[in-house]
Design a protein around this ligand. Structure first.
Ligand code: ZN
Length: 316
């Protein structure tokens, strides 16, 4: 278990990251087969039930491991730029980096080595253009890995290391991270300002980066849609919402998302943030061993199951 790593009034870090994928079969093969993440839920976009919303994570999609995708095949490619959550970084044990470098290279994926804040990092992209990283993170070996049978458990991705937000005015986003969620500054390296939440081992790093002259990002396939931060439950979610209002942001009311309850707001650099509750999680409507095997619909879409199934593109 990742532990929830929170302290009173502070978020334990990233709950989930939601991104936009294109061609569905290629997408599923990359994240489930190549990266070895578990598909913990196959459902639809609750606001547009004719499109897939796929969830990946550790065995149960623990907060801090949940990477979700809207599969919007018809959408044009996005452009990376400012005002965008950009690199999604995963945590693996330091000793697993060689395994991943070899595995990705063997599949024809270009990998780039770097180091930052004392950790070695390999960077690569998926076919939609998502910027991904695998970080050899201290302490990751203590988190049990889930194996899909192809990636051994010892090398498995443990969850998020964190995310890099490309912004034009980092002070504005820093204020939100600190004053709403309780993230603390954790160092500066080059153009990168690191912020850290809680004391958990996964999903607690947010880097703010400024690239001078970067043009504004545009959303499309291959870009991140939003980043959700953890709240222990309704009480903490409402506290974070209250703080957001207090610094002049415009959070939504609470929205039921079946697997968690959410509040959304746009931070001052234009990135969509979400507050999401840790409960009830992905085992609310199917047992752990069956997660992600069949289309799950929330009760309010269940009467339209036949029509929905007829229009969803195949994943396998
Ligand atoms: Zn979300």
């Amino acid at each position: 278990m990742a532990g929830n790593g929170s302290s009173p009034g502070k978020s334990a870090g990233i709950h989930h990251i939601t991104a936009i994928a294109g061609e569905p079969k290629r997408h599923v093969a990359f994240y489930r087969e190549l990266l070895g993440l578990r598909m913990v839920k196959r459902t639809v976009n609750f606001d547009d039930p004719t499109t897939w919303h796929l969830y990946y994570g550790d065995e149960t999609g623990t907060p801090g491991t949940a990477l979700t995708f809207f599969v919007w095949n018809q959408l044009p490619s996005g452009h990376h730029g400012s005002g965008e959550p950009q690199e999604i970084a995963f945590s693996v044990p330091e000793s697993s980096l060689a395994f991943w470098r070899k595995r990705l290279s063997e599949k024809g994926i270009a990998v780039k080595d770097s180091a930052r804040f004392g950790d070695n990092v390999i960077a690569f992209e998926d076919a939609d253009g998502h910027k991904l990283e695998i970080v050899g993170a201290k302490g990751a070996e203590a988190i049990p890995g889930w194996s899909n049978g192809d990636v051994p458990a010892e090398h498995a991705i443990r969850g998020f290391h964190g995310i890099t937000l490309e912004v034009s005015n980092p002070a504005l986003t820093a204020r939100v991270l600190n004053q709403v969620f309780g993230f603390e500054p954790d160092g500066v390296e080059g153009d990168r300002h690191r912020f850290r939440a809680g004391d958990g081992a996964i999903g607690n790093v947010v880097d703010l980066r400024v690239t001078p002259g970067a043009t504004r990002a545009s959303q499309g396939t291959g870009t991140v849609h939003h980043v959700a931060f953890r709240a222990t439950g309704d009480e903490q979610e409402m506290e974070f919402r209250r703080r957001a209002l207090e610094i002049g942001l415009r959070p939504t009311d609470q929205v039921p998302r079946h697997y968690f309850r959410s509040v959304y707001f746009r931070e001052p650099n234009g990135i969509l943030f979400e507050i999401a509750t840790d409960d009830p999680g992905f085992t609310v409507d199917e047992p752990k061993e069956r997660l992600g095997k069949q289309l799950l619909l929330p009760p309010w879409h269940e009467q339209r199951r036949k029509q929905i199934e007829a229009v969803l593109p195949p994943l396998e």
